[in-house]
Design a protein around this ligand. Structure first.
Ligand code: B16
Ligand code: MG
Length: 227
């Protein structure tokens, strides 16, 4: 019998905020409340540029938009208070808040021995997935505590692939942020964007959410990209 050496997807890396749960909304609300201290009205469009970006880099971006030059101490204080607000909002999360299609997809992947990883820029990722009842779901978790560089740097996804023991080229990333799609492409992974085409146009496939995303769809897409 010939060996099956056909390249295929062996691992799927899920972003957290905006893919598994709508905590992007909580990040927005918390940053908006703090940006007021700099008399800056944080807009939803600003928030798009903060998705997938670390807390430290986010506060720097907001200061730039607000046209303020805070001390390091002030930046740290704003970031810490934003986090307290964010955690308060997240503390209300339950398994009902898992976004459509995510649990079905994870179950299908696992049933087909495809590894699943979490690849998030958030330092609160473990707290959030515990609230969602997903703390024992992932084979590998790489979050904001494990990386130096924020998305669009591919570090988070490359680390996740290494920890799964899978070549980057055999991984698929599911992301909601332009920075995350760019990171996946830099890592040479298949990139699936959940959200709006206008923002995620660089992805190999864009869907409004994970409701109709299946393993066979991912495999088909992977074979199309290879040919
Ligand atoms: P934290 P993801 C990212 O998570 C968020 O999209 C981004 O808005 C946030 O600033 C970043 O995590 C850091 O989060 O303040 O909780 O450490 O989308 O990569 O799962
Ligand atoms: Mg995200």
């Amino acid at each position: 019998m010939p060996l099956d050496i056909k390249p295929n997807i062996k691992g799927v890396i899920f972003d957290l905020d905006g893919v598994i749960v709508d905590s992007a909304q909580f990040h927005y609300e918390a940053w908006k409340a703090l940006a007021c201290e700099w008399n800056y009205d944080l807009k939803r469009s600003d928030n798009e540029a903060l998705k997938g970006v670390s807390r430290k880099d986010s506060v720097l971006k907001i200061a730039t938009w607000a046209g303020v030059y805070p001390t390091t101490q002030e930046l740290e204080s704003i970031a810490a208070r934003k986090n307290t607000l964010y955690l308060e909002l997240c503390s209300k999360l339950t398994p009902h808040d898992i976004l459509p299609g995510i649990e079905n997809l994870i179950n299908e992947l696992k049933a087909n021995t495809i590894k699943v990883a979490l690849g998030s820029a958030s330092k609160n990722a473990r707290f959030v997935i515990e609230k969602l009842g997903l703390d024992t779901t992932f084979d590998v978790i790489v979050d904001g505590n494990d990386v130096i560089h924020s998305k669009p740097n591919p570090e988070v996804f490359i680390k996740a692939a290494k920890r799964m023991n899978i070549h980057a080229q055999n991984c698929c990333v599911i992301e909601d942020a332009p920075a995350g799609i760019q990171a996946a492409l830099k890592a040479q992974m298949l990139a699936i964007g959940l959200g709006k085409t206008a923002e995620l146009f660089q992805a190999h496939l864009i869907l409004p959410n994970a409701s109709h995303l299946t393993l066979s769809k991912i495999e088909q897409l992977y074979q199309q990209i290879l040919t």
